[in-house]
Design a protein around this ligand. Structure first.
Ligand SMILES: [Zn+2]
Length: 65
């Protein structure tokens, strides 16, 4: 199934976006937000999220491989 943003229906969502959704909202979630809507939902900025993604990648997090 193609992954779409729950809020704005943007698709497809890239691997990093899916990864950060799982990392922040839980591994077993079935619905995902695009990076803009996720930032909105979490009340932070897109660049905060992009920084987090880089951080998790540096840590070797399996969700971003
Ligand atoms: Zn969206």
């Amino acid at each position: 199934m193609e992954k779409k943003c729950l809020a704005c229906k943007k698709s497809p969502l890239d691997k990093d976006t899916i990864g950060i959704n799982k990392k922040l909202l839980g591994k077993d979630i079935k619905t995902f937000y695009c990076i803009d809507c996720l930032a909105n939902y979490l009340d932070c900025t897109v660049s905060d999220l992009l920084e987090k993604i880089e951080l998790f990648k540096d840590e070797g997090c399996e969700l971003f491989k």
